[in-house]
Design a binder for this molecule. Sequence first.
Ligand code: ADP
Ligand code: MG
Length: 256
Amino acid sequence: MTQTDVIVQARNVQKSFGALKVLTGVTLNVHRQDVVCIMGPSGSGKSTFLRCINHLEKINGGEISVNGELVGYRREGNKLYELSEKEVAKHRMNVGMVFQQFNLFPHFSVLENIIEAPIRVKGESKAAATEYAFELLDKVGLRAKADSYPRQLSGGQQQRVAIARSLAMRPKVMLFDEPTSALDPEMVGEVLAVMKQLAAEGMTMIVVTHEAGFAREVANQVIFMDGGVVVEQGNPGEIFGNPQHPRTKDFLSSVL
Ligand code: ADP
Ligand code: MG
């Protein structure tokens, strides 16, 4: 592995909200085409960590880089300077994010949801953005819904549109924050299938999930977080087959 194969590098990341220390030293390397699943109890800092990766939260210590570029800051000598909103937005294009709540624009059709950012943020032509949007709709199995509005779609369909919308920016890495937690059980599979396909195509992904089956099958690295730190990390065989830490054991026995 060369340095350029590291897509996300987090080093000793610290994050507090006031007096509450949420991340107390998270270190993680994600290589190109890795699928990293992050598991752990509610409140352990999983969402906060993902949000730090695209600078939706500012970190208080340590550093994160994406694709070799520091997130949110520029280094000059030993000093860090915070980037402007515009520069942050440019970096953010490298990072796709899919949330538990799909956050589609309700007054935009499926197609409009997908082409909005490539046109507005990247300056793509409408024709080019539309062509790629249909390619992505094929990928998530929703070409026929291009003119539908979010409210006309099931939760599973909306989440697949949200994935397509995120992919439309051609990100280097996709972050998923419990993408199936808000779905009715019968729709979980269709979303996981799309994510599995993405992984097979070589997308680099960090996925916060409680879906142990998905993690076992698709991840090449599983991280167990608790209390703002990475308690245990390894390949799925190690983490699921032979967890070392008592907190990992407890947690896994509650979700498996
Ligand atoms: P997880 O995703 O693992 O459930 P979170 O990252 O959402 O955990 O939250 C970790 C801790 O940080 C929780 O105690 C939560 O209440 C707190 N927290 C998250 N966001 C904020 C915020 N914007 N302001 C204050 N506290 C927050
Ligand atoms: Mg969360």
